[in-house]
Design a protein around this ligand. Structure first.
Ligand code: GCW
Length: 651
């Protein structure tokens, strides 16, 4: 199998000299051996600051150093005459500086000096990979790109070439942490911290070469599953001792372990609630065990009642994360990071930003995104998520010109979309989501469309016009996807279980707390303080008031916050029902246009790519058609109100 080099396939550099030592300098040397050369007059030098005077541009570099220093990951790039110098404090900064030059070399033609430092300290990818394929979820839960690149047949793979390839891709976009196994930790994966440790250490060694820290998802009930303890109570001294011994064993083989990721008391996973203890008790147990080694616990806030009775209108899943965690704010150890999904529900194509991200004051937290397209087309449909993530990162959590999510978050995590398919991500163009995630994690102000250009230029050898056309096809695909799926922020009209394709009422009477409440008069979830679940009250003013009123609520979130009659009139003068029809017709038409435009450039791509993308676009068109017609028919039948433009709605 020829493995796709993704965005590391086309770049070229002239000769480079390295004035640095250490493991990561070795990695750069190895990288250079794989990089194609160009003949060029420019002399590139990479150096640590201690040796910057060995380079011709030391004065430029020293003058550019910020007062606070470059930190472990920052770097300076300076260009003058025929010299180009990259300088960093140490290995990781140098590695990122190297990839920066690789990415932009062709454009670095004039004199300049830049200083780069990541905006967010921990930039992580979480894998939902299973050591043993799960009977329903397979090798990778919500994975759409084949099997796991880490595990096969209940073991860590013997040949780590693919893992090394992954580590380079991640380092090239600035990722510095990876959690290798599913947060749903089943029996086999529980043993990653015992019998599989030698293999875990092999994986850690590969990631270490690229400056990436390895994390493990752990099972809160591990003490019971792996020893004869009959409890996992976080305050029980035996449990405390068990975890500290367990962590010490892990550290014997992975001395630089990043830490643990934990999903507890969530979707049937064990946790501290079983013992009437709090999430703080649970997280602190693991945090204290990890502290002597500098490790961190990522404790997920995806906690809600997954056994809800649909008849019960007093419970609102959207409230759950805030209700569970705000009362505990400040009660977590310093090495706990609360991991918060970007929206209050679950990675839908449109949701408001979780109020926890603005309201946690005393506890470190991480924003959690989903690169794997569980609810956004499963890498069958094209859905470039850069614009969505950028919107989330730039969301003003105060509603009044205050701190954005990017300003507040101490870490950023996303569920990986990578599997062992030859092209890593199933849909070739879904590579762009992985790329954009890394780049936005480094620089949350980056423009998502520029990132697409960057990605496309590095991925495909093609002329500027073709590239611009490809970018144009992709740039708005998230909004297209939003249009043909669940309307106006209502979410969860997906097929239960698989989460691909429409099933308008699929979740309406389920236990998962995800309802749209459509009836003959209207649709949407009343989450107001005045008459609904009170979720809007979790936001500070003026956000709370903005969401509370149907007149000021952002329209793309209208049905998330309000139950409105079908004839409610929107700002564009159209009724809600007409808007539902319009967006569904429009979404489908846009997919058709994407396909037509793609066909016009497809023959400029090599056959494997052409075939991959063409097939998926055909599938996307069928999917969009199904969404359009099911959603439109559903609302037409319920309301009896026809489309004002008399387009086809099946009766
Ligand atoms: O969206 C849901 C997914 C589950 C996942 C869960 C989570 C790993 O459907 O498959 O479990 O989120 O984030 O924990």
């Amino acid at each position: 199998m020829t493995v796709d080099p993704c965005w590391l396939g086309t770049q070229r550099l002239p000769e480079v000299t390295i004035h640095a030592s250490g493991a990561l300098a070795q990695t750069i040397r190895a990288e250079l051996r794989q990089t194609r050369r160009i003949r060029n007059d420019v002399e590139v030098a990479l150096c640590t600051l201690g040796r910057v005077r060995e380079t011709p541009l030391w004065q430029e570099v020293e003058a550019a150093l910020p007062d606070e220093g470059l930190g472990a990951e920052g770097f300076v790039v300076a260009r003058r005459g025929n010299n180009l110098v990259v300088a960093a404090e140490a290995g990781r900064g140098l590695l990122y500086g190297y990839f920066y030059v690789l990415r932009y070399f062709e454009w670095m033609t004039s004199e300049f000096v830049v200083v780069e430092r990541p905006a967010i300290a921990i930039r992580m990818l979480d894998h939902w990979d299973n050591l043993v394929p799960h009977p329903r979820m397979g090798a990778v839960e919500r994975g759409y790109s084949g099997g796991s690149i880490f595990f096969r047949d209940g073991r860590v793979v013997a040949d780590l070439t693919r893992v090394r390839g992954y580590a380079r891709l991640l380092a090239s976009i600035g990722i510095n942490a990876v959690a290798i196994n599913n947060v749903n930790v089943h029996a086999a994966e529980t043993r990653l911290i015992t019998e599989h440790l030698p293999d875990v250490s092999r994986l850690a060694a590969v990631f270490r070469e690229y400056g990436i820290a390895l994390y493990l998802s752990v099972n809160f009930a591990a003490p019971m599953e792996l020893s004869d303890l009959d409890t996992a109570d976080p305050l029980d001294p035996r449990v405390i001792r068990w975890w500290s011994a367990a962590v010490s064993r892990v550290h014997d083989v992975v001395p630089d372990l990043g830490g643990f990721v934990v999903k507890a008391d969530s979707e049937n996973r064990p946790g501290p609630h079983v013992y009437d203890r709090t999430h703080a008790d649970g997280a602190n147990l693991l945090a204290r065990a990890l502290a002597p080694y500098g490790g961190t616990v990522f404790w997920r806030c995806f906690v809600y009642d997954s056994h809800q009775d649909w008849r019960d209108r007093s419970t609102d899943r959207a409230r759950a994360a805030y209700d569970h965690f705000i009362p505990l704010d400040g009660r977590f150890e310093d090495n706990v990071v609360l991991q918060v999904k970007h929206g209050p529900l679950d990675f839908q194509a449109r949701e408001p930003v979780s109020p926890l991200l603005g309201e946690l004051q005393e506890t470190r937290f991480a924003l959690e995104l989903q690169v794997t397209q569980e609810y956004t087309g499963q890498q069958k449909d094209l859905c470039y998520l850069g614009p969505w993530w950028r919107e989330i990162l730039q969301f003003d959590t105060t509603g009044a010109g205050g701190a954005t999510v990017a300003d507040r978050t101490k870490a950023i995590v996303a569920v990986s979309n990578v599997g062992d398919d030859a092209n890593w991500t199933g849909h070739k163009l879904a590579q762009s989501n992985l790329y954009a995630y890394g780049r936005l994690a480094w620089d949350p102000s980056a423009d998502p469309v520029s990132l697409l250009h960057e990605w496309a230029a590095a991925t495909f050898a093609m002329d500027d016009r073709t590239r611009s056309e490809l970018v144009a096809i992709m740039a708005d695909s998230w909004r297209t996807y939003e249009r043909y799926t669940a309307p106006l922020g209502v979410g969860f009209m997906v097929s239960p279980g698989s989460h691909y394709g429409p099933s308008v009422n699929g979740y309406e009477y389920s236990a998962w707390g995800t309802y749209h409440f459509a009836d003959r008069n209207g649709v949407g979830v009343d989450r107001t303080v005045a008459t609904g679940s009170g979720f809007t009250g979790q936001y500070p003013e003026p956000l709370a008031g903005r969401y509370e009123s149907v007149y000021t609520c952002p329209e793309e979130l209208l049905l998330f916050f309000h139950h409105v009659p079908y004839d409610h009139v929107l700002q564009n003068g159209r009724t809600v029902l007409q808007q539902i029809y319009d967006t569904h017709f429009q979404g489908y038409d846009e997919v058709e246009t994407m396909l037509t435009r793609w066909k016009a450039i497809a023959d400029r791509f090599e056959p494997v790519t052409r075939e991959n993308i063409s097939t998926r676009f055909e599938g996307q068109l069928a999917n969009a058609r199904e969404w359009r017609d099911q959603v439109n028919t559903y609302f037409y039948r319920l309301s009896g109100i026809p489309d004002s433009e008399r387009r086809t709605i099946y009766h």
